[in-house]
Design a protein around this ligand. Structure first.
Ligand code: PLP
Length: 490
């Protein structure tokens, strides 16, 4: 087997399947004949028009309330319409609407950076930010930009050290890290890569994900599976040439592509040791699973007693959807190397560290801390998971119920023994998603197979302050939707 065989090169799906993905991954309403001025994902249907939103509910223009059980895409962590966030955002806009970060800064951005770096209690239970070693935050507008920035600072770190031969990024199969060229290059979501395949970054390769439900052997203990993956990773590092590798990019809990997949015990500590052994930077993409979603501020805090990354990217829950905001957090090792070298991070955006966005995000994060919403996420999440397992675990076509905190997925399979999914054209999960939506509950769909194996799942990521009654509505509506769809395949 050649190295090229082992480096994952996605095969192209048909244009028809791309079209299907584009039109079924959201609850699109039918084309009303009018041509919208806004370029939507689908050019033939348009999304539902939202009139307003409040708490955990969206209210459509046609008057229908929709209980948002996935917070959009795991974004709305405190729900909509919070008066405190709105007031502090407005106050910031009155004070300063914009500054150019080349010459200026604001207390909104400085305070948010400090606040975020002080989040988390990892490793030794110490509440200090030094506990996880992340010492600088860089704010951008989206998770893709955060990952793009992370890929660049990682390369600059080696540039400063004179290790110019380090040009290669390692990611995992079934990963999604964003839509810009760099972040898409380290993603393996076929449907999104296809038109750009030939122009993505060449120096990227993909290793197997840590995905027990599909890939752990029957007679293999959890730790043995982790060891096998670490061994595979080391073999891959050696094939590429570890001295050529910049970073390993990985989601601690995999979100959209595979549905809330946690790693086996020992995996992340093994990854950390390997990265240390070969001087490779470890980059955790917590854009979806971070900021409390899994029951700790950073998802990595729960891995093997606290595994420390060199770079973390966050997004979604950072601004809670009130503003577009994401961030790259880096440790001292990177900061000091840049300081002692060129002493500039040669990367910037006009709207980076935008004061309005930082002020809104700070208000969101203060509410989360003050109201103990990360602990609530952990506690409610445990109960939520138990209920999902009780209600759906033995259902004929539910292969797996998995997750952590308020981040759960149901994976649908045609055959529970073989774990083979329904054909992508069936869209089992998509049907449940549609029916639940018609019944007034929005869940996050993932249609079709990713990497030829999985992807027929729905994802649940409600706001951390969702009420118990709303949780009841989610479970009962999902139960009804599932059983109506199941009837068609009996
Ligand atoms: N990384 C992960 C893990 C994500 O889930 C996403 C978006 O879903 C991104 C990066 C990209 O973030 P954005 O859509 O804000 O660019």
């Amino acid at each position: 087997m050649t190295l090229e065989d082992k480096i994952y090169v996605p095969s192209l799906p048909s244009p028809q399947s791309l079209k299907q993905t584009a039109t079924t991954t959201s609850s699109s309403s039918v084309d009303d004949g009018e041509t919208p001025a806004l370029l939507h994902r689908s050019l033939v249907t348009r999304p539902h028009l939202v009139d307003h939103a409040d708490g955990s509910y969206l209210y459509l223009a046609d008057g229908r309330p929709i209980l948002d059980a996935c917070g959009g895409a795991a974004v709305a962590v405190i729900g909509h319409g919070n008066a405190e966030v709105i007031a502090s955002t407005a106050a910031q806009m009155q004070r300063t609407s914009y500054i150019h970060t080349g010459a200026y800064t604001t207390t909104a951005a400085e305070d948010l950076a400090k606040f975020i770096l002080e989040c988390g209690t990892s490793v030794d239970g110490n509440d200090s930010y030094l506990a996880h070693g992340l010492t600088r935050a860089f704010f951008v507008g989206s998770g893709s930009e955060a990952n793009e920035s992370a890929m660049k600072i990682a390369r600059q770190y080696f540039f400063e050290r004179g290790e110019l031969q380090r040009q290669h990024y390692i990611s995992r199969r079934q990963a999604y890290h964003g839509n810009t060229f760099g972040s898409m290059s380290v993603s393996s979501v076929l449907g999104r890569r296809v038109p750009y395949e030939d122009v993505l970054l060449p120096n990227v390769s993909f290793v197997n994900p840590a995905f027990e439900y599909h890939y752990r052997h029957n007679n293999e203990a959890e730790e043995e599976y982790a060891e096998r993956l670490i061994h595979e990773l080391e073999v891959h590092f050696l094939e590429i040439g570890p001295e050529k590798i910049i970073s390993f990019i990985v989601e601690p809990v995999v979100g959209a592509t595979s549905g809330c997949v946690t790693a086996p015990k020992g995996y992340f500590s093994g990854v950390r040791s390997l990265c240390d052994k070969y001087g490779i930077l470890l980059h955790f993409d917590e854009v979806m699973c971070g900021m409390g979603r899994t029951g700790s501020y950073f998802a990595f805090e729960q891995e093997d007693g606290g595994v420390l990354p060199d770079i973390v990217t966050i997004g979604k829950g950072l601004g809670g959807g009130y503003v577009p905001l994401a961030a790259m957090l880096v440790n001292d090792r990177i900061v000091n190397t840049l300081r002692q070298g060129t002493s500039v991070f040669n990367h910037g955006h006009t709207f980076q560290a935008h004061p309005t966005a930082c002020s809104a995000a700070l208000a969101v994060q203060k509410i989360i801390r003050r109201e103990g919403l990360v602990s609530r996420c952990a506690d409610l999440g445990t109960k939520f998971g138990q209920r999902l397992r009780t209600e759906f675990g033995s259902c004929k076509y539910v292969g797996d119920v998995r997750g952590r905190g308020l981040f759960w997925a149901l994976e649908f399979v045609k055959d529970k023994k073989t774990k083979i999914p329904f054909e992508a054209s069936v869209g089992f999960g998509a049907q449940i998603h549609q029916l639940a939506f018609d019944l007034g509950v929005a869940v996050y769909p993932c249609v079709g197979t990713v990497d030829g194996v999985v992807g027929d799942h729905i994802l649940l990521a409600p706001p951390f302050n969702i009420s118990d009654d709303e949780v009841d509505i989610i479970i009962s509506t999902l139960w009804r939707a599932y059983h109506e769809v199941e009837l068609h395949y009996d």
